[in-house]
Design a protein around this ligand. Structure first.
Ligand code: NI
Length: 156
C-alpha cells in the first residue's frame, strides 16, 4: 500500500524515532513492503519510517531488485574524509542542495529477521544511509545544506 509522504513542517519529521525491540519485529513486517512501494512510487532511493508517519527506527534503501532494510541503524564509524554532493528529499519537495557527508561509514543495525549486522559502506550508499539515519534523529537536509541548487524537476 502506498502511503502519503509526510512533509517538512510535520512534527514527526523533527523527533527522534522509537527503537524497535526484537519482539516487535513481526508487527513491523507489513510495513516494509509498504515502505518499498511508497519509495518506488515517489521515485525515491531511500525512505525512513517517519516519512510514512511512523516514528520508528526503520529505513529502506533502494538496491537493484533487493532493497536494504535496516532496523535501529546506528553509525559506529564516520570517516573524517568528507564529500559534498547534491541531495534531495521526498519530504522536502523541490529543494536540492549540496550536503557534506562522511565518505565512509560503518553502520550497526538489525535486519527484519532480527539478525545483528555491521555494514561497511562508502560513496552513494554511505550518503543515503546518513540521510535516512538523519531522518530517525529528526534531522532534514535543510539542516545540512551548505548551498542550494536550482533545478526544474526531481532528480531520482
Ligand atoms: Ni529524506
Amino acid at each position: 500500500m502506498i502511503h502519503p509522504i509526510t512533509k517538512v513542517g510535520d512534527d514527526i519529521l523533527q523527533k527522534k524515532a522509537q527503537r524497535v525491540a526484537p519482539d516487535e519485529l513481526s508487527n513491523l513486517a507489513p510495513l516494509i513492503p509498504d515502505m518499498i512501494e511508497t519509495m518506488r512510487h515517489a521515485k525515491g532511493i531511500g525512505i525512513a519510517a517517519p516519512q510514512i508517519g511512523k516514528s520508528i527506527q526503520l529505513i529502506v534503501v533502494e538496491r537493484k531488485d533487493d532493497p536494504l532494510v535496516l532496523v535501529n541503524p546506528r553509525i559506529t564509524f564516520s570517516s573524517r574524509n568528507i564529500e559534498e554532493d547534491e541531495e534531495g528529499c521526498l519530504s522536502v519537495p523541490g529543494i536540492f542542495g549540496m550536503v557534506p557527508r562522511s565518505k565512509k561509514i560503518r553502520v550497526k543495525a538489525m535486519t527484519p529477521e532480527g539478525k545483528i549486522v555491521s555494514l561497511k559502506t562508502k560513496g552513494l550508499l554511505a550518503r543515503i544511509l546518513q540521510h535516512e539515519i538523519d531522518h530517525l534523529n529528526g534531522t532534514l537536509i535543510i539542516d545540512r545544506i551548505t548551498q542550494y541548487i536550482k533545478r526544474d524537476g526531481p532528480k531520482k
